[in-house]
Design a protein around this ligand. Structure first.
Ligand SMILES: Cc1ncc(COP(=O)(O)O)c(C=O)c1O
Length: 404
């Protein structure tokens, strides 16, 4: 008789965004005349840049001719893309990462969920609280997180690092030593960033205690300040303790096109075995590579035209962020983020819970955001708005909120 992986049964409640969608549907069915503005889900709204479309068309045409047709992609990604990434994202920043340490994938969600597979089940994970839910849930499915306490909304075997206004949304070293540390900067959901010195301290800490940092830099393109690391490999010693995950979703609008990569330096070893060899084995066995046409589209992200067009696209979203940030500040809200990230994190007014504010905003301003508590207990009393909407809707949403 077969048995299921009952770790799945431990996962609490329904997924945050399904709950939001349900509430929004109910409201819109009851109020069909109301125009709802969605600043909830972190999905992009601008079309793919012309340089990317051009590259896609060309690659599609290649697939239609026997001489230029491409079948299975190399497991770890096409050389042309890995080399382009290596040159632009690492060499240009003075970071020692080689092309064969870059593993092309279909995005950072899968990589951040899959990476835990190459570690022993005994490893203890540490996560920021609030956090992008995939890091924890994928470890729950693997059976690494112990039992869930609905009262505290915490897993017994997970180390939580609260990130609140009190510590400027930057995690502090936990009292108990973790084995795997998930960090995400620029941060989803708080929109916060750490300085190079702060990240260096994490790298030193990880090397000292023999931990691995899984560094999710999906929002790197939104960094606007100086002295802020664009990659963890700007920090000395990161080659022996850090895996970096990147995505083409937010910098280039690939949320529906799907492309990302993971960097696993060959210097990370456990008893003489490299993590690189394990991830290569995992990739080779379980993944048949991102499509050729998509990898060509990814290459175009780094072309001169692509870079110029995407700079404008990021600026468009960051202008939305500014509109939200300044509008809400003027209206007396306590707001964070929005400077190095496309997320604005605000404190709910009048001691409302995150979900109370969600309902209040939906009913009174017809604006949808994301309750902070959905990202973890320390997110309670906070609320996330995204800058990924279009400009006109963003302006209107802010006007409506300000009028409340
Ligand atoms: C922190 C973080 N990592 C990864 C992802 C997913 O990226 P991708 O679209 O490449 O799977 C998201 C998406 O919202 C995210 O917020």
């Amino acid at each position: 008789m077969f048995k299921i992986n009952d770790n799945y049964l431990k996962l609490p409640g329904s997924y945050l965004f399904s709950t939001i969608a349900k509430k929004v549907n109910e409201f819109s069915n009851a109020n069909p005349d109301k125009k709802i503005i969605r600043l909830g889900i972190g999905d992009v709204t601008q079309p793919l840049a012309p340089a990317i479309i051009e590259s896609l068309h060309k690659a599609v045409d290649e697939m239609g001719k026997a001489e230029t047709f491409h079948g299975y992609a190399p497991d770890l990604g096409y050389e042309f893309l890995r080399t382009t990434i290596q040159k632009n994202d690492y060499e240009a920043r003075g970071c020692d990462i080689q092309a064969d340490e870059i593993f092309v994938s279909d995005g950072a969600k899968s990589d951040s969920a899959n990476i835990q597979e190459i570690f022993s089940i005994d490893n203890k994970i540490a996560v920021c609280d609030p956090v992008y839910p995939v890091y924890v849930d994928s470890n729950v499915m693997a059976g690494r997180t112990g039992t869930y306490d609905p009262a505290t909304e915490r897993w017994s075997e997970v180390i939580y690092m609260p990130c609140t206004a009190d510590n400027n949304f930057a995690p502090e070293f936990p009292t108990e030593n973790p084995d795997l540390i998930y960090l995400c900067f620029p941060n989803n959901p708080t929109g916060s960033m750490v300085t190079k010195e702060q990240l260096q301290a994490w790298v030193d800490y990880a090397n000292k205690i023999g931990a691995i940092i899984i560094y999710d830099a999906a929002y790197e393109a939104y960094i606007s300040e100086e002295n802020v690391p664009h990659t963890i490999y700007e920090c000395a010693g990161a080659r022996t303790c850090a895996i970096e995950l990147k995505s083409f979703s937010k910098n280039a609008g690939f949320t529906g096109t799907r492309l990302g990569y993971a960097v696993v330096p060959k210097d990370i070893k456990s008893n003489g075995v490299t993590l690189h060899s394990l991830w290569a084995r995992r990739h080779g066995t379980k993944y048949n590579g991102a499509p050729y046409i998509i990898q060509r589209a990814g290459e175009a992200v780094y072309s001169e035209a692509g870079k110029a067009q995407l700079k404008q696209q990021v600026a468009y979203y960051m202008n939305n962020a500014k509109v939200i940030l300044e509008g809400l500040k003027k209206a007396g809200y306590e707001v964070y983020g929005g400077v190095n990230a496309p997320y604005i994190w605000l404190r709910t007014p009048n001691q409302m819970t995150s979900w109370e504010f969600f309902d209040y905003l939906l009913e009174n301003a017809n604006v949808v955001g994301t309750p902070g508590s959905g990202f973890g207990p320390s997110g309670e009393g906070y609320f996330r708005l995204t800058a990924f909407g279009n400009y006109e809707n963003t302006v209107e949403a802010v006007e409506r909120i300000v009028k409340l």
